[in-house]
Ligand binder design. Structure first.
Ligand code: FAD
Length: 436
């Protein structure tokens, strides 16, 4: 006969440790909720670590020449995140590295006059400023640069340090889950999570389970026989350029369309190599191309837009990745974070931030819903101790460029292992010959 389950009664159980789950867990913990976050891979694994780290006020969504609801909703986000970076916000991000405190918008001559006058309009004062020629960043400080240049108040974060910071704040509440040894259980429309470990069942019960698993939300819902809230996926293929060009750059190049033609962010790979991470239209349109086709397109694009930037000797790789969003009519981009109740179950919420920037907005929506449902901190905070030692803590994911361009030492180690193998084979052969 199997032993009786050990019950672990939580206020909140979060599934998924990307920025959505981690930010939410930080907010809930500060509010006194007893919680656990369950991650199946490494923290930040999927979209979060693949993101460009831009915390933007929505300006890039105004490129059609008009302020939209989206730009108004997220307009305050850079300010919100800045306060957190200083330790004065609702989440402590004092250990997160700021890569840049601004973002550039630059246009070729092809940009419409409607957009140019929009950017110059007084409606955007304080959110976008024209940059005089003598203040241009090194990458655009060339006699052949002929476009317009604006500076946005957006900031760029080092996402690896962000995930590490968020995870560190709630270290004792993060657990690795292996679904081969875990299953859902429903009773009277209430969900619980049963985890088997060394012959013992641990049944996690919570006032609310919150799915923050990005594209994994759909499979989680399907495993419960649910289809809603429904999800849409936006396929992308980002381009990574490893090079030794010494200047970093964070900017969108405007083309004729409503999404930036090219978005560049810069990341340090090691003491000598840098990464330019290319997104925007090129990544959206390039999603269906082969890696080789897209790399050629990206090389032509850089040569056309920044012909004076020397990328000779650069190494190129691509990263296919999908953005997960709540289903929208006509596949539109959602304007806000999404939090919804799953139909058929009393204690399940499903959430997508839709943008890294909007993680605070997602947490606010969850807190509002909890308040509306009179769910307050109630469980014994020491209950998570029962999971310590039962489930391991998940590691932090590597960045896409660390994975794409592993350190050269690995190659050296691989060669030395190969040599060692060959040597020992040679010794074995010698020994055999000696015997005979
Ligand atoms: C290429 C790219 C660039 C982007 N750039 C920006 C940007 O510059 N600025 C911006 O604001 N937004 C950006 N975004 C959007 C932003 O990255 C995402 O909206 C955000 O990271 C989503 O976070 P998430 O936590 O919901 O999902 P994810 O980051 O995808 O995290 C989901 C987590 O859940 C885990 N998981 C999945 N299934 C399960 C399961 N069954 N059990 C347990 N765990 C599970 C995964 O392993 C993962 O760790 C970008 C997105 C992409 C793809």
């Amino acid at each position: 006969m199997s032993a009786a389950p050990v019950y672990i009664d939580l206020d909140i159980a979060i599934i998924g440790g990307g920025v959505a789950g981690l930010w939410l867990a930080n907010r809930l913990k500060r509010q006194g909720f007893t919680l656990a976050l369950f991650e199946q891979n490494a923290l930040g694994s999927d979209q979060t670590m693949a993101s460009q780290g831009m915390i933007h006020g929505g300006m890039k969504y105004t490129l059609s020449g008009m302020l939209t609801g989206a730009s108004e909703t997220i307009a305050d986000m850079p300010k919100h995140w800045r306060a957190c970076l200083c330790g004065e916000g609702d989440v402590d991000l004092r250990n997160t590295r700021l890569l840049s405190d601004h973002f550039y918008l630059w246009s070729g001559n092809s940009v419409s006059s409607k957009l140019s006058s929009f950017l110059a309009s007084t409606a955007l004062n304080g959110r976008v400023d024209p940059v005089p020629d003598d203040r241009r960043p090194p990458v655009l400080r060339h006699a052949d640069f002929g476009g317009n240049l604006y500076k946005l108040e957006d900031i760029v974060l080092d996402v690896h340090s962000l995930v590490t910071n968020l995870a560190h704040n709630i270290e004792a509440n993060c657990f690795h889950i292996d679904w081969a040894h875990a299953r859902w259980q429903t009773e009277s429309n209430n969900l619980s999570l049963c985890i088997e470990r060394e012959g013992q069942t641990y049944e996690v019960r919570a006032s609310r389970f919150i799915f923050c698993a990005g594209k994994g939300n759909r499979d989680l819902l399907a495993s419960l026989g649910l289809k809603r809230p429904a999800m849409q996926l936006r396929p992308l293929q980002q381009v990574m350029v490893k090079h030794k060009y010494p200047y970093s750059f964070y900017g969108h190049c405007l083309g004729a369309e409503t999404t930036p033609r090219l978005t560049i962010s810069s990341h340090k790979l090691n003491s000598t190599d840098y990464i330019w991470y290319l997104g925007g239209s090129i990544a959206e349109k390039g999603a269906s191309l082969s890696a080789d086709e897209l790399i050629i397109k990206a090389q032509l694009e850089l040569a056309e837009l920044l012909p004076w930037v020397d990328m000779s000797g650069a190494e190129w790789k691509t990263l296919p990745v999908q953005r997960a969003e709540p289903l929208q009519p006509n596949f539109l981009r959602p304007e806000n974070a999404f939090v919804g109740e799953a139909t058929g179950l009393n204690n399940l919420l499903v959430a997508w931030p839709t943008k890294l920037t909007l993680a605070p907005n997602l947490a606010n929506q969850v807190l509002d819903l909890l308040k509306a449902n009179k769910i307050n901190p109630a469980s014994d905070p020491t209950i998570t101790h029962s999971l310590q030692g039962v489930l391991p803590h998940p590691p932090i994911a590597a960045t896409p460029w660390e994975i794409a361009f592993p350190p050269a030492e690995d190659a050296v180690i691989a060669v030395s292992h190969k040599l060692q193998d060959e040597l020992s084979e040679a010794y074995d052969e010698d020994e055999e010959e000696g015997k005979s």
